[in-house]
Design a protein around this ligand. Structure first.
Ligand code: GRG
Length: 303
């Protein structure tokens, strides 16, 4: 019985990824004009694959609150563009200096460093150009403006960029990094975009402010649980499975959940967080079985 449901989940997951890929292709810019190279680098990075978790969480949260329109689609493309820009910049020699990502050579390795910087900038800007396309579609303008404001804030200095800043500074601190510092990093570098994804889905579907605040809390916990799994996989997985070399945290002298708390405690906290997130979403009173399975699957994911 359990097997059948797992198979259904895997099939449904594949359908959703295919649907998101189609949306991304629709919204990515055409490789033409004098900008052709930067656009090719942008498209290379986005189309390299990836789990498409953020647009998926966005759409599933939209559905949770009864959203049915297509106004969500430009936002789904936008959040994957923002996420991808962060990966392109994170892989640069000045940051993590990684050669592989999503099973392919990183953008700066293929297109050179200058073009990878521009491709990241291009993706971040184009994300907002894309999200704003929803303003010309059906649906409530005020909700779209609120969603856009959440997206902008969570990606910025009070969100993901703030987390990355604290992360870069933590590298020089070695084992002096405190649990508080690490939590700030995870909350901003990882959770902020998950919060943006789920909150924009909720807002666009018409969730109330209290409901959106509950979603923000659940998304925060999902983000931390997801990051703990990322830290665990960096120690326990393989290059073939992850599509990038393992041991990157150790290479960059990073304090992680695993170095701070050990594997067993990390797994325990991760499980508690994801169960609590599920309870929080359930307590709002709407149901979306796929979303619940998706959240559960994140802590057992292998890549
Ligand atoms: C450069 C501003 C700036 C930010 C970088 C996202 C990020 C912040 C750094 C990437 C490194 C990292 C481990 C970030 C934590 C978030 C995370 C686990 C990203 C990887 O996301 P996945 O696993 O990747 O969803 P795919 O490839 O599946 O989309």
């Amino acid at each position: 019985m359990k097997m059948v449901s797992w198979m259904n989940f895997k099939e449904e997951l594949k359908d959703r990824v295919d649907h998101i890929e189609a949306i991304l292709k629709e919204y990515l810019p055409k490789e033409e004009g004098w900008q052709k190279t930067v656009i090719a680098a942008m498209n290379y990075s986005v189309l390299a694959g990836g789990k498409r978790l953020r647009p998926m969480l966005m759409e599933e949260t939209y559905r949770l609150f009864g959203g049915k329109g297509r106004e969500i689609e430009p936002f789904m493309a936008a959040i994957e563009m923002i996420h991808t820009y962060s990966l392109v910049h994170d892989d640069l020699p000045a940051m993590d200096n990684d050669e592989y990502r999503r099973g392919r050579k990183t953008t700066h390795v293929v297109y050179g460093e200058a073009m990878a910087i521009l491709a990241g900038d291009g993706l971040l800007n184009y994300a907002f150009e894309t999200a704003m396309k929803s303003f010309a579609m059906e649906g409530d303008l005020e909700k779209k403006a609120r969603a856009l404001s959440v997206l902008a804030q969570k990606a910025g200095i009070y969100g993901m960029i703030g987390g990355q800043t604290a992360d870069i500074e933590a590298e020089d601190l070695g084992d002096q990094v405190t649990a508080g510092h690490l939590m700030f990093i995870h909350a901003h570098k990882t959770s902020a975009l998950i919060e943006a994804a789920m909150m924009t889905g909720a807002i666009l579907a018409g969730a109330s402010q209290e409901e959106t605040a509950q979603i923000e809390k659940a998304a925060y916990e999902i983000g931390i649980a997801f990051q703990i799994q990322d830290d665990i996989l960096d120690v326990t997985s393989t290059l073939e499975m992850l599509g990038k070399p393992i041991g990157s945290d150790a290479k960059n002298h990073k304090t992680t959940y695993v170095t701070l708390k050990g594997l067993e405690e990390s797994r325990k906290e991760q499980q508690e967080l994801s169960l609590h997130a599920i309870e929080t979403i359930r307590s709002i009173g709407y149901s979306n079985d796929f979303l619940m399975e998706l959240v559960t699957s994140l802590i057992t994911r292998e890549k």
